[in-house]
Design a protein. Structure first.
Length: 277
């Protein structure tokens, strides 16, 4: 383990696709919520590592869950895709009803592993996470969100067709370490909240050093940021929802707790989202 904080990661079997993992995460999420596909009015599926240009995994996920007519839209966005999906779902739920947001990544297929690219391949793992955004009352509500994009740095983290992922790690970390605290601060100030008022920060699990740096920039203790990167590595857009699922099960929120989500990734896209239990 180095400053990345990663000790192990999970690689999906060769025959398991992005859609396969997404379906598994979606089914677990729906079971936990006591719902079926018939209760879902829209599917949003994020992935930066899908196996083909089109159709993306969203249509496959919806079909395999049993949906026959609800819109199923792809968000082809690495790292920040789960956050963007949640933010968009919060705005569209009033029209479409319950929205299932899924993020699924098979990063092991898009990094150069032979020969091992030390600055990139060691960071990434495979996984999927999901959540349901509902228009009415539930166990938590989305209070507000902020989203941003700066395409000037898009070349510094990219995945070309039939080429391994390319990353300027120094640039990515420098931008993320500035933009993530900025988005969180913007969100909290707009809602007249302090960083100390947040119960837990659920952030994209890029690397532990970045998570610690964001905590320091916000002047809060590092343990206010949930971290599971040691076990899973960076699972791109899936990482934040996987972390949220784990934390929600144990210890989970109490009534009135404030939870702050944050992510940064290829594009460069970044943002933050505030939830109240």
């Amino acid at each position: 383990m180095d400053v990345s904080g990663i000790e192990e990661r999970r690689y999906a079997p060769e025959g398991e696709s992005v859609a396969d993992m997404a379906v598994a995460a979606a089914r677990e999420c729906l079971d936990h919520a006591g719902m079926t596909a018939a209760d879902i009015g829209m599917f949003l599926v994020s992935s930066g590592s899908a196996e083909r240009r089109f159709p993306g995994p969203a249509a496959t996920v919806a079909s395999r869950l049993g949906a026959t007519s609800a819109p199923a839209l792809d968000i082809p966005m690495a790292s920040a895709g789960g956050l963007v999906g949640m933010a968009l779902a919060a705005q569209m739920a009033a029209v479409h009803g319950n929205i299932l947001v899924v993020a699924s990544e098979k990063m092991s297929t898009v990094v150069s592993r032979e020969p091992m690219e030390q600055g990139v391949a060691i960071l990434f793992g495979d996984g999927a996470g999901a959540c349901v955004i509902a228009p009415g009352d539930g166990p938590a509500r989305i209070v507000d969100s902020v989203l941003h994009t700066d395409g000037a740095f898009a070349e510094d983290l990219r995945l070309e067709f039939e080429a391994p992922l390319a990353m300027n790690g120094r640039s990515v970390i420098m931008q993320a370490s500035r933009k993530i605290p900025g988005a969180i601060t913007e969100l909290l100030e707009r809602n007249q909240k302090s960083a100390a008022a947040i119960k837990i920060f659920l952030m994209h699990q890029a690397n532990q050093n970045l998570i610690n740096g964001v905590a320091k920039a916000l002047s809060v203790q590092a343990d206010m940021f949930y971290s599971n990167i040691r076990r899973y590595g960076n699972t791109s857009s899936a990482s934040m929802l996987i972390a949220a699922s784990e934390w929600w099960k144990c210890p989970g929120p109490s009534a009135g707790d404030l939870i702050c989500f944050a992510a940064f990734g290829a594009g460069f896209h970044w943002g933050a989202l505030l939830v109240e239990a």
